[in-house]
Write a protein that binds this ligand. Sequence first.
Ligand code: BEZ
Length: 213
Amino acid sequence: MATLRLGDIAPDFEQESSLGKIRFHEWLGDSWGVLFSHPADFTPVCTTELGLTAKLKKELEKRNVKVIALSVDPVESHQKWIEDINDTQDCQVNFPIIADADRKVSELYDMIHPNANATQTVRSVFVIDPNKKVRLTLTYPASTGRNFNELLRVIDSLQLTEYHSVATPGNWKDGDDVVIVPSLQDPDVIKQKFPKGYRALRPYLRMTPQPNK
Ligand code: BEZ
């Protein structure tokens, strides 16, 4: 599989997981999705990442996001590892972990980077929208745990663009002003979408309060 690019349809697959067989597109339904890979079971950084993800359950539900993890170990190993994660991270892993022992999904999503490690996946993240389009890709090295607050921030930004026609400036955080997307030019639509008004610092740089606040 060639590298997945933004806007591509996330490939569908059927694979075993810690919660039974998953048909990916059917499992996603009309939710947003996060698919993220882990080098292997019983590794320290992954253990912390999965604990953090379990604790984000409410935040993810608020955003209509389903999460699914992957590592290239079998289901029985995942089940034992989940006990460790729950115990050491004080959480309940409440999402499936794909058991990709045959690397079917890892290869489909280009998660194995042989010059980094020939047998384990790197830390990939794919954010997928309800139309099954890939909206974000991230690739982190095995030794660096990902920032899950950043992941929520990007999902918020993507959903603001999708549902409110705004983009988010550099270092934006929830509640900060946002920018009206340049493609939106019709004054009547702008008035209707942004009743709080906007400040045009330049014709192409129009700041407005975050619409869903
Ligand atoms: C891990 O926890 O997955 C890990 C830790 C150090 C180096 C590489 C991987």
